[in-house]
Each structure stands twice: as C-alpha cells, then as structure tokens.
Ligand binder design. Sequence first.
Ligand code: ADP
Ligand code: MG
Length: 329
Amino acid sequence: MITVTDLRKVYRQGERDVVALDGVTLSVPKGSVHGIIGHSGAGKSTLVRCLTLLDRPTSGSVAIAGQELANVSDRDLLAARRRIGMVFQHANLLDSRTTAQNVAFPLELVGTPRKRVAERVAELLQLVGLDRFADAYPAQLSGGQRQRVGIARALATDPDVLLCDEPTSALDPQTTDEILALIKDLRDRLQLTVLIITHEMHVVKRACDSVSLLEAGKIVEHGSLAEVVGRLGGRLSGALLPLPGEVPEDLPAGTVLELLYSGEHAVEPVISGIARRFDTDVNVLAGSVESLGGEQFAHLRIHLPAGADTAAITDHLKASGIAVAAKEA
Ligand SMILES: Nc1ncnc2c1ncn2[C@@H]1O[C@H](COP(=O)(O)OP(=O)(O)O)[C@@H](O)[C@H]1O
Ligand SMILES: [Mg+2]
C-alpha cells in the first residue's frame, strides 16, 4: 500500500520558486497497479524522487506499507528504500556484469551470504524468464531482456512496492506488451503494489487497474480504469477510448449525439432500440468498442435527422444508464 498525502515540492530556481508538486494525494492499495500519466514537465519524476526520498518533499507525507517515510532517520531510510523496487526507462545495468551479477548486486550491497545470493538470483531469473541468460552480458541482450534483468534486480531485496518510471518508453510495441504482462504477472504472484509512471495511454490501458492524470504538479483526474473511461467528456475517457475522425461538416440538418456506455448494453440493440421506439433513422458516424478495466465500453457518435425528438431520445438513453452529450450539427 502506498499513501501520499498533500505532497508539495518546491524547487528554488535562482530568484523564483518552481512548484513541481502542488498537493498530490494518492492511495494505491496493496496488490494493484496504479498509473500516473502526464506530459513532460508535469512533475512525474519529482514524484518518483519524493516517493523514494531521493528528494525531500517540501511538505506532505509519503507512507509505504504503513511506514511514514518523512520521519525516518537517514539510517532507517536505507532499510525503507529496500522495500521499494525501482525500474527505469533504460534498465541502467552494469555493462561489465553478467545478468546474474547484475541481479546479485543489490543483495551484495546489503551483505547477503554468497550461497543465498546464488539461490535468490536463480529464483529471480526464473521468475522473469531469463534463466537461460544468466551468463550473458547486457550487450548480448535485447532491450526487452535488459528490462527483465532490471525488473529482477528491482525485486532482489523482496520489496513491497515496485516503482516503474517509464518502464516501456524505450521498447517497441510488442516488447512493451510483454513487459507489461510480466509486471502484471509479478503483481499477481508476489502481491506487489505497483506504481507506473508513463506518458503513454497505451500503458494505462494495458497494465493499470487505476490511474491519475498529473498536470502541472496536480492530480486533475483519477479513478479506476472503468470509472475514468465511463466519464463522457473527461480527459482520460477521451484519451482511453477516442472516436476516430471529426464530425463531418456536410451533415444534413439534425443533431449529433455522443453516447458512452458499458457492459450490458450491446451496440446494436441501443441503436435499433432508438430507431424503433422513436420511429426515426439513426446514423452511426463513428464508434469505438473496447474492453477496458475488465468492462466492455462503447463510445459512439450518432446523427439524428431534423424532426427526431432529440429531447425524448436523450431522456430515454439517460434513463437506460447511457451517458449522452449533444453537439449541434
Ligand atoms: N532539481 C530541480 N530544480 C529546479 N526545478 C526542477 C528540478 N527538478 C524538476 N524541476 C521542475 O519541476 C517541474 C516538474 O519536473 P519533472 O518532475 O521532471 O517533470 P516530468 O518528469 O513529468 O517531466 C518542471 O517544471 C521542472 O523544470
Ligand atoms: Mg520525467
């Protein structure tokens, strides 16, 4: 469990203050994967540094598995950091060390007996699917394999929390999906609490149970994946389930509606239901249907001809639990 409360970080840049984190509050339950998405400069790296106390927050608190980090002494900080595994964009491996030696490194740092190191390394390489590459050097591995080594190394000291800063930003799409699947699999097997920092919506779609949108140091939207997708007109909804194309300019007179709904309503019955019940044509202009956060979602843009009872149709849809927003055609 990660709990961040009203976290602020202000940097002094010459004469002026830069507010990098402006009151961030966040809670990630044990065993879940939370995504922090934001553009460059939003404060993502600052948040990572404050979570590991590489940077001291200006105010606010960070607790990992119930332990408040701000209060711990420098000596206890090392022990506290061991409970957080870090995965970086570039695996940051030591080039002169083999896969096994890279994974062994954090164990050697804490003085683990050699026999135990060897056992633990073998276990970890098995876990990330690299047991056949124990003696390979980083230069002999693919980008995805290097990131697997990075993940095994992050897990060496058996942390409660895995903190991933842009873990797939340097990887191709297929390898990205493999690494995200591995992170989710490890979460399941080890009951890890995972925080993934990313600028890619695809990562949120593929890996996250919940998400926060970070903008100028503030969380401006957050929720479970299904919650944020279900908010028609919301920024995350628009980015996670976008409609292709723009509204055509040469539409006949009428009304354009956007609909968003989940689960039990299939697309066809909703459309044919309106057509039958209100005796009108319905033209589907664009649509996206996808399974997100374990729920099926449909996002549609439809056109109703002039003369259709738009108000009654809108009321009917809303009463059926479908989110509706009108756009004048
Ligand atoms: N050490 C620092 N000194 C001064 N300003 C900083 C420092 N680190 C980050 N900042 C500023 O804080 C803001 C957030 O930066 P950062 O956390 O790196 O964003 P992100 O990782 O989302 O791109 C930026 O405006 C950046 O210029
Ligand atoms: Mg950054």
